[in-house]
Design a protein around this ligand. Structure first.
Ligand code: AMP
Length: 219
């Protein structure tokens, strides 16, 4: 049976780190809309140029644009056994789009669908955001305070210089939190009512959250 997992939680709740790990563990593709959009920006595509104006303000990119990118990605051969969806849906409208996309892609085949909600103390998030760095080559995420690289500013795996996301500043982070509260947080109730929500305590270090994640998925 196809396994479809989506992840909810505020910016910097640890979803990116855990979902990348889980994708490797379950041998499923990690579909991360933030990274897909940043790749479009890097390649200066029409979609990327449009998306950038929203991302730079901490707002959601228009639903049509992001749904098209997601549909293309989920239709690829490597998603035939399922996927780990990180960062989509981010609004009720996007959740409805996902239902349509899944109907079109899966036709009548069986699939198991769960939404995992990262429940976290929100006071921690700003510190995590402004100290986040990532490797431009492999995408590995570090935190200068909680999970620093072995050598300052350098990726442990690729040995290239780490970069900071342009939207990981204090000002844009506040706007991203507002967007999350207004548009994304209502999805927690939406999936709870559908009976597919699993809640995870996302406070703690990477290993602690990972152990809890595996447990929640098996419950
Ligand atoms: P993330 O890497 O998940 O923190 O996403 C970075 C930014 O990309 C967000 O602040 C949004 O501007 C944009 N973005 C990512 N996913 C979506 C989505 N599903 N819908 C609209 N905008 C998105």
């Amino acid at each position: 049976m196809k396994t479809e997992l989506i992840f909810l939680g505020p910016p910097a709740c640890g979803k990116g780190t855990q979902t990348a790990k889980l994708a490797e563990y379950l041998n499923l593709p990690h579909v991360d809309t933030g990274s897909l959009l940043r790749a479009e920006i890097q390649n200066q595509t029409e979609a990327g140029i449009e998306a950038k104006t929203f991302i730079d303000k901490g707002k959601l990119v228009p639903v049509e644009l992001v749904s098209k990118i997601i549909k293309n990605r989920l239709s690829k051969e490597d998603c035939k056994n399922g996927y780990i969806l990180d960062g989509f849906p981010r609004s009720l409208e996007q959740a409805e789009q996902l239902v349509k996309i899944n109907e079109e892609i899966n036709k009548n085949s069986d699939y198991k669908f769960n939404a995992i909600y990262f429940h976290i103390d929100e006071n921690l998030l700003l510190d995590r955001i402004v100290n986040r760095r990532s490797c431009p080559k492999c995408g590995k995420i570090y935190n200068l305070l909680f999970n620093p690289p072995k050598h300052e500013g350098i990726c442990d795996v690729c040995h290239v210089e780490l970069t900071q996301r342009k939207d990981d500043t204090k000002e844009i982070a506040h706007s991203r939190f507002d967007t999350y509260d207004r548009e994304t947080a209502p999805l927690v109730d939406y999936y709870r009512k559908m009976g597919v929500l699993k809640t995870l305590n996302a406070n703690g270090n990477i290993d602690e959250v990972w152990e809890r994640l595996l447990k929640v998925l098996n419950d």
